[in-house]
Write a protein that binds this ligand. Sequence first.
Ligand code: GTP
Ligand code: MG
Length: 461
Amino acid sequence: MDYLDDTITAISTPVGQGGIGIVRISGPEAFRIAGGMFRPRRTGRGLDSARTFTMHYGEVIDPLTREVIDEVIVSVMRAPHSYTREDVVEINCHGGMAAVRRTLEAVVGQGARLAAPGEFTRRAFLNGRISLPQAEAVMDLISARTDESRRIAVDQLRGRLSGKLEALRHALIEIAAFAEAHIDFPEEEIELRTEQEMTSRLEVIVREVGELSRTFDEARFFREGLSVAIVGRPNVGKSSLLNALLKRDRAIVTELPGTTRDTIEECLNINGLPLRIIDTAGIRQAGEVIEKEGIRRSLDALDTADCVLAVFDGSEAAQTDDHELLRMIGGKKTVFVINKSDLPSRLASDDLQKGRQRWLKISTLTGEGLEELKTEIFTMHCEHWHEDRQGVVVTNLRQKLSLDRAAAALTNAIALLSEKRPLEIFSIELREALDSIGELTGAVTNEMILDRIFSEFCIGK
Ligand SMILES: Nc1nc2c(ncn2[C@@H]2O[C@H](COP(=O)(O)OP(=O)(O)OP(=O)(O)O)[C@@H](O)[C@H]2O)c(=O)[nH]1
Ligand SMILES: [Mg+2]
């Protein structure tokens, strides 16, 4: 689909009423098309002689009927200093759909083609103005809902991820070139010292690639929120914990086991990390029909949540239901919480705690341990978040999968080197890693990848 020699157009503002609506035109004919339907006011000068980055006040005329369509401001950006690196003209209409649509129709009538979703950005990429991750950042920025996701997108748009990947690619190319030189002169054995040097350099690169890949999950939590299910047997204080975290009486709390019948979901924010906290019905063997259905939903939440707060009652000895819960949690990301620390402890010496990671003692009554609990949830998911990250974050699955492919190839390469296998196969793994990183940045692309990426864009961007 990539013909870059025609001129494309689209409405770049949202559909509906607004203060202004913008029809964007990009391509070699942009000035001829816009000039043919624009009548300047005041200056009398047409768009042909307009300097780049200037705005012009006037009217849009229907070239066929000579009817005035709207009173507009036209901005002009000449190649290569524009969003697409092509000549770009933007007609700022009054933001009613009729005016914007008629203007668009007139532009198409003058020979422009309607742009596909994301086609302006696709041209910016194909014309070498931005890398692929930067193009993806444009979409991330448009769809950012929280300030943290906006910040991540802007960092990526400014080229931080691309810069980091380029550095990794260059480091790899150096090693690959060295290896290939040795393939050409097989009589020269690689010295042990050189081999160790290559291995340690590759190990640094693998580690960095792995760290980048991990930022994907963490960025996902910031973008979509982390779901946290509070689970435990009845009466351990799950609903009390929800209320304490929210600092309001959201859920009903009573001294009767089986109070909560249905899951309750609320939002909370820890250091900018959005949480969806789910209070659940106490899980136990017994129970009548309604309670059984509630428990089924608890188990559902336990299954699907990103993280579990497993709550136990510190004032009572462990019960069968507690042991059963531990079994059900299995290997899931879990914070183990012992509640009611204000009461005399009867759980401490119990075998529940054996071999398990850290247990947090809290009291929803006095508030003890709640801050530690929040910190624990945050660090558990965002360990590498603010330290050492320098704004470099992988924001979509495509990027992450490319990194994982690169890491796998590099790990193979290191193994081959240590097994003293022929450098030819070692080189193949390095090429594979280079290709994967190249695919990520857009240095290596194919039509299918581009189609998939840009089809998710909105029209007009
Ligand atoms: N002393 C003390 N009592 C608490 C604490 N947290 C909760 N409780 C009491 O424990 C009882 C049960 O609390 P809930 O929050 O309803 O317990 P739950 O786990 O939601 O129970 P179900 O909804 O029945 O599964 C209530 O009487 C609470 O007041 C605490 O930290 N200290
Ligand atoms: Mg409850």
